[in-house]
Design a protein around this ligand. Structure first.
Ligand code: SF4
Ligand code: SF4
Length: 308
């Protein structure tokens, strides 16, 4: 049975509260949510990605993705969700690139600039699609670490010359408001929050120098960690399963800005450190590192900033 509008707003409110954004949006404001007339159009593209961010978005629990995509925004095209394929999809994208203005362009994945043919859509490289579509958009969203900070497509040894969305538009001289939402995969609550901020207030949330919302990325994992007292007392875990700070096991919490210690993945079911695993820095500029995983006695993964 379809939920009533009020039930839908209540569930949406739970997402906002869970994302720690309740002080930005009141319940009353959400009750006056946008109607079908002013829902912003969203065009979602995949660069070099694993589709993990789309999958995470589809797994949002409090509000069904269908409700988000039909009540909050008007989804024009998504490579996985849209029925349009082949020539029909190309017609939609060509129309957006030539006729439409002001839509929200969400990019998941990197943009391979050195090797453009590493990512093709309808026999045209992603570089061409983004170069045509970004100037027509009113707002850009770099969804997930690959689009926001480089991530896996730019790890050492890859040859594709992958750029983030922000790097690419600067490279092409395109000036557009942009929000970067790193996390591998992106937290769907961060995207919902960003979209609602734009819809309700007509502007982006406050951002840092890397275009990340300060709301989520102001503090490091380390600053809010449950093991911060252990860190101060130099009480370190030596093996997975031990109590204590995970620094000696390669934890990247001190150099990773994210809200995981306040709100974890899968509707705060858990997060890496609470589950006993070091933060691997999935939302960090340094991700992925050559030595990602800890091994007992292997010091290569330990942050060189610390003497442990
Ligand atoms: S190093 Fe990691 S486990 Fe230790 S306090 Fe910092 S974030 Fe927590
Ligand atoms: S704790 Fe670290 S690795 Fe885990 S989700 Fe958060 S930023 Fe990513």
């Amino acid at each position: 049975m379809n939920p009533s509008r009020r039930e839908f707003i209540q569930r949406l409110w739970q997402v906002i509260v869970a994302a720690g954004a309740s002080s930005f949006f009141s319940f009353e404001e959400l009750l006056a949510a946008p109607t079908a007339v002013n829902r912003p159009r969203v065009l979602w593209l995949h660069g070099t990605s694993c589709s993990g961010c789309s999958t995470a978005f589809l797994d949002i629990e409090q509000v069904s993705v269908v409700e988000i995509l039909t009540e909050i925004v008007d989804l024009v095209f998504h490579p996985d969700l849209s029925l349009a394929t082949g020539e029909q999809a190309v017609r939609i994208l060509d129309r957006m690139a030539s006729e439409e203005q002001g839509f929200i362009l969400v990019l998941e994945g990197g943009i391979p600039v050195t090797l453009p043919h590493a990512c093709m859509m309808a026999e045209r490289p992603m570089t061409e699609w983004v170069e045509r579509l970004a100037p027509r958009a009113g707002m850009l969203v770099a969804a997930g670490t690959c689009a926001a900070l480089g991530g896996i497509p730019r790890m050492n040894g890859t040859l594709a010359g992958s750029m983030t969305l922000l790097e690419f538009i600067r490279h092409k001289g395109i000036e557009k408001p942009l929000v970067a939402l790193p996390n591998c995969p992106m937290k769907p609550e961060h995207l919902v929050y960003t979209l609602l901020h734009q819809i309700k207030l007509g502007r982006l949330p406050e951002l840092d120098a890397l275009a990340r919302p300060l709301r989520f990325f102001k503090h490091t994992i380390h600053e809010r960690c449950i093991y911060y007292a252990d860190f101060q007392e130099r009480h370190y875990a030596e093996r997975i399963g031990d109590e204590g700070c995970l620094l000696k096991l390669g934890c990247q919490g001190p150099v990773t800005r994210n809200d995981c210690m306040r709100f974890g993945h899968n509707h705060n079911t858990n997060t890496c450190i609470r589950a006993g695993h070091p933060c691997v820095g999935c939302a960090s500029e340094r991700f992925p590192r050559q030595i990602m995983l800890h091994a007992h006695g292997d010091r290569r993964a330990i942050l060189h900033e610390f003497e442990v």
